[in-house]
Design a protein around this ligand. Structure first.
Ligand code: TYC
Length: 106
């Protein structure tokens, strides 16, 4: 006989299995892109100021971007990622550097 039990083992074997799974919000990678003009010290400063990195961490990520073309700087909620990107882009524009910062769903 059919029953109302979820999951495998019911008569039809076709009832929807109820999964209890905590929903995690999607996270976003924030990335810096390399260019030929932004001074290295400026990029290091941006990484310290907006991403809370110490000088050694900031220098390492700056060098990765310089050598590989881009690097992930951090992973954040959509709102925080958008804020970081806007802060970096605004700061770079105000200093007339072409530094680009983007975000991408993880
Ligand atoms: N390539 C730049 C230079 O040689 C340095 C740089 C590093 C620029 C990282 C942007 O995201 C960047 N001055």
């Amino acid at each position: 006989m059919s029953d109302k039990t979820d999951g495998p083992g019911n008569d039809a074997g076709l009832l929807t299995k109820t999964k209890t799974r905590t929903q995690r919000p999607p996270m976003y990678k924030v990335m810096l892109l390399n260019d030929d003009y932004t001074p290295m010290e400026f990029v290091v400063h941006v990484l310290e100021r907006f991403f809370g990195l110490n000088h050694a961490q900031a220098f390492e990520i700056m060098l990765t971007v310089h050598k590989k073309g881009l690097a992930v700087v951090g992973v954040f909620s959509h709102e925080v990622a958008e804020t970081k990107v806007a802060q970096v882009m605004d700061f770079a524009r105000r200093h007339q550097h072409p530094l680009q910062c983007t975000m991408e769903k993880e």
